[in-house]
Design a protein around this ligand. Structure first.
Ligand code: SAH
Ligand code: MG
Length: 196
């Protein structure tokens, strides 16, 4: 198995892996950034982490969190097959419980898990982010529901929390946020620098 095969096998089974245009945006940022520490919330089968690993600085590490046992198992296999054990470290369990136990600082955080938890993930991502770090939040436009007057059905809670994430990141004067219409929507947030 190579990365392309991991990707098609995941797509075949409707595992929601990162979309190509979203990945391109993140890769471009990573090429400039020389990131050594990355935090990912939502590993699935390890596809995005394996993509990011190619652009990681020498000696860098990706910490990634996944709560689904089967996916953790598959991610571990994929990471082993691509010989990325030294670069990718999986935390097994619910990110809501694991994030508060983390204390290292990260260059980049990729939020790609339960949409209803995005405001909480943001709070933890900001705590764990280096001053010059960057936060990406995938699926921020959720099939267009987030920016429409869509307000019913089972996705309502997710939509409410995604809207809250956008509000929190765009209205905070200490943060800079762009929302891109790539893939399922990508929010990019950095901390403002206060230079004299
Ligand atoms: N980043 C992956 C795709 C992740 S899909 C890629 O692009 O290749 C979202 C994953 O987040 C799912 O596997 C789901 O099980 C996991 N997830 C959702 N909520 C979570 C939570 N609260 N804690 C840990 N994992 C979670
Ligand atoms: Mg996603």
């Amino acid at each position: 198995m190579n990365l392309a095969e991991i990707k098609s096998y995941a797509l075949e089974r409707h595992i929601p892996i990162i979309m190509d245009d979203t990945l391109e945006v993140i890769k471009d940022v990573m090429k400039d950034k020389n990131a050594t520490k990355i935090l990912e919330i939502g590993t699935a089968v390890g596809y995005s982490a394996l993509c990011f690993a190619e652009f990681l600085a020498e000696g860098g590490v990706i910490d990634t969190i996944e709560r689904d046992e089967e996916r953790v198992k598959e991610a571990k296999e994929n990471i082993k097959i691509l010989d990325a054990n030294k670069k990718i470290n999986i935390f097994e369990g619910d990110a809501v419980e694991i994030l508060p136990t983390l204390n290292e600082k990260y260059d980049m955080v990729f939020i790609d898990a339960a949409k209803g938890k995005y405001p909480f993930f943001l709070q933890e991502a900001l705590r764990l982010l280096k001053d010059d770090g960057i936060i990406f939040a995938d699926n921020i436009l959720y099939k267009g529901y987030v920016m429409s007057d869509y307000n019913k059905h089972k996705q309502r809670t997710a939509v409410t929390h995604l809207r809250e994430y956008i509000k929190l990141t765009t209205e905070n004067p200490n943060l800079n946020t762009k929302i891109l219409e790539v893939g399922d929507g990508l929010a990019i947030t950095t901390k403002n620098k206060f230079e004299n």
